[in-house]
Design a protein around this ligand. Sequence first.
Ligand code: GDP
Ligand code: MG
Length: 440
Amino acid sequence: LGRRLNAALGELSKSDVVNDEVVDGVLKSICKALLESDVNVRLVQELRGNIKKRINVKSLPAGPNGKRVVQKAVFDELCDLLDPKTQAFTPKKGRPNVIMFVGLQGSGKTTTCTKLALYYQRRGFKSCLVAADTFRAGAFDQLKQNALKARIPFYGSYTEADPVVVAQTGVDKFKKERFDIIIVDTSGRHQQEKELFNEMIEISEAVRPNQTIMVLDASIGQAAESQSRAFKESANFGAVIVTKLDGHAKGGGALSAVAATKTPIIFIGTGEHINDLERFSPRSFISKLLGMGDIEGLLEHVQSLGLDKQQNMVKNLEQGKFTVRDFRDQLSNIMKLGPLSKMASMIPGMGDMMNGMDDAEGSMRMKRMLFIVDSMTEQELNSDGLIFKEQPTRIMRVARGSGTSVLEVEETLSQVRVFAQMAKKMGGKDGILNQMGGAG
Ligand code: GDP
Ligand code: MG
């Protein structure tokens, strides 16, 4: 979907003039891409109408500014499509936050609850898991294995067959032990729907969750709407996690369908690995989809992990600046933050650099870049990198000092330049960040 939307907006930048014909062409391509990712026809028509209403082609300013008006209208409306306009519950430290998972079998509950527990654990919450799926054979073992791998305390039983009892016992135990995040996994067999809903209600009444999260598989596309409505009538869940957004063509359909039910999507699952969980916000998602990078998501991610070295970068970015030092801080933090490809996709320009590389290759390349920047002087680090162009002998010195090649140093510097240009475009009063409604 991203590639298709990109191509559509690309048509716009290629054309010299912005007239009705061009705008209609762009809109047509965008709508086609959305329909193909299973977004509801009515929603697509609404989006099209809204965009047209917002841009009055005759009164568009000439040149790049006119294009920007169109781009902004498209961006805003795409965000709107995914925006349920409601807030989700946010857990607080120092008190028990009970989170219950519901959803059909196979949707990804058990996998996702470990991901979520780890997500919070990394942010300083004391997290744990309760395995209240006593229906499926091996359900407890599955959760146990995940939890052991992630080093997250868990509770479950091989002998107790009543899920309500297991849930209650586990939650009580962990509350006494002063856990912050207590996640309850439930069963989700889909044959006996009525029974499933009854069981959900009983568990819910027993553990009184602060938040109930419904897990939805993205591959069901716009059918997500009826499914989430059915669940909503029974278990009054407050938020949704959409899983399997990796490689599913119907993701746009599922996301927009959930938004249409006015339920916030709080995370998305993007793979089977425990790190494949991303916070969801419509603006970040659309920015990434359109290849604009995801500065907002990146800042949230970095700030929530408390890596305060980035404060400098944040400040610089807001002023439209980016120094070699910022680049070094980013590199070293990125290496601490887990899956490289995920992080890279949030940084404008970085996704391209990592294209076609696996994580191991990418890590190696980043490590060498770190050697390179670590061989630079204070003056060089505080610069935007142009100093190397003015005095090329610096490049040779750095290559020698870092045990790399002149070519690699040059590549690193050109990467810094890409960032610096992005920063310039994004930051400052006239930057994209501010034009798009001020994300910074
Ligand atoms: P449950 O029955 O709802 O508990 O679902 P499980 O957690 O057992 O997941 C069912 C299958 O979906 C497993 O094979 C998971 O590895 C897989 N799965 C879960 N989340 C994702 C995701 O985000 N992406 C992909 N590709 N697979 C996922
Ligand atoms: Mg399960």
